[in-house]
Write a protein that binds this ligand. Structure first.
Ligand code: SF4
Length: 378
């Protein structure tokens, strides 16, 4: 079935017809729910709701962007996340996917807003230009600012998907001629922000699952990002982390260290400052389909201070050089900490500090050793 044909009319109470087998549907829901941190009981409720309950109306607006977030959602496979999302929501307006155009499209938008006022989910993909009163992006005779403020005013929840809608993304790169910025800046309030270039469809699905089932939104960090996906840096759960700790680095693309899968820090990896779950939630359900998995340094696309601002191959400061504090804690069997536990903790703590020390020493030593033309351009 084509995507345009998959668009649902404004009938939120219509029971959905699952496009997937129940087995695949349960599999995707379970993966997304696990990413969000839902319990197995909650997953069962999610599946039950999807099979029988009302689906929230979703209005999806596009502004300054490449449509990459929609594309990455469409390109998911085995099983199809996009089908699951469409089984969970009633996608009432999406400019890329809908069959309607012109006045018919405008009517679809107004009808959806009127029928679900105060309840629909507004998803925004793309940055909003603010210079010259926003004339650089107009749809149906209205600027992106006007359209956003109008649709957001009656929304039950607002989601910014992708780095452009989150904080400006590529359109906001210097010199930012259109004054491109994110949804929360224009609206002056926190919204659910799912940055990424593109955003991982599973992170979007996780938010949709929770909202569709429980009517709630996930816990957010101070930038509006769901903690389940953006609570840690790439560096904290990177498969190349052991090489970083041991001081084994790729010094240039194609060298022996690169071929052996060593740490990409010296090639400009932004993983140490980038909060995202790409390393554990790969794209398109393909193993290693994420930048570092494919041998490219992390670009920092979920961070406003990094992506499209810091040169790709420029190294960055490492905020936390020692391994994360995620190892099993050392508990005393009864009461206070035993001398043995204290000793073990001391050994482990010393090892962690030592690993960071070794890595930092080797970074410096290798930099001093190699010729300047052997270093990545900045
Ligand atoms: Fe992984 Fe980059 Fe950290 Fe190296 S610097 S361990 S490649 S996140």
């Amino acid at each position: 079935m084509s995507w345009s044909a998959r668009l649902h009319p404004i009938t939120p109470s219509r029971p959905p017809t699952l496009a997937l087998s129940r087995r695949d549907f349960v599999k995707v829901c379970t993966m997304a729910a696990a990413a969000v941190g839902m319990s197995s009981t909650a997953v069962a409720q999610v599946i039950e709701t999807a099979a029988t309950g009302a689906r929230p109306s979703v209005i999806w607006l596009h502004f300054q962007e490449c449509t990459g977030c929609t594309e990455s959602l469409l390109r998911t496979s085995h099983p199809d996340v996009a089908d699951v999302i469409l089984d969970l929501i009633s996608l009432d307006y999406h400019e890329t996917l809908m069959a309607a155009a012109g006045h018919q499209a405008e009517k679809s938008l107004q009808d959806a807003m009127a029928a679900n006022a105060g309840k629909y989910v507004l998803v925004v993909e793309g940055a909003i230009p603010t210079k010259e009163n926003g004339i650089y992006c107009q749809i149906g005779g209205r600027t992106a600012i006007e359209m956003l403020e109008d649709v957001a005013a009656k929304a039950g929840a607002i989601i910014s998907i992708g780095s452009c809608a989150s904080w400006g993304g590529i359109p906001s790169a210097d010199p930012n001629p259109t004054g491109a910025t994110g949804v929360s800046t224009v609206l002056g309030k926190t919204v659910v922000t799912i940055p990424g270039c593109p955003a991982n469809p599973y992170n979007f699905l996780g938010v949709v699952l929770q909202y569709a089932t429980f009517g709630t939104l996930p816990a957010l960090d101070d930038l509006g990002r769901p903690l389940f996906a953006y609570g840690r840096t790439i560096h904290e759960h990177c498969p190349r982390r052991a090489h970083f700790d041991a001081g084994r680095f790729a010094n240039k693309f194609g060298d022996e260290g690169h071929r052996l899968g060593y740490c990409l820090y010296k090639l400009g990896c932004k993983g140490p400052q980038t909060h995202a779950n790409c390393s554990v939630m790969h794209f398109c359900e393909v193993i290693d389909a994420w930048p570092i998995g494919l041998g490219s340094p992390c670009f920092g696309c979920t961070e406003e201070k990094l992506a499209f601002r810091v040169p790709a191959f420029q190294t960055i400061d490492i905020e936390r050089p020692t391994p994360p504090d995620t190892y099993p804690p050392i508990y005393a069997e009864q009461g206070g900490v035993s001398p043995v536990a204290t000793g073990v903790a001391g050994i482990i703590g010393g090892a962690l500090v030592g690993a960071g020390y070794v890595a930092s020493k080797k970074i410096g030593a290798a930099d001093a050793d190699r010729p300047s033309d052997d270093r990545p351009a900045s």
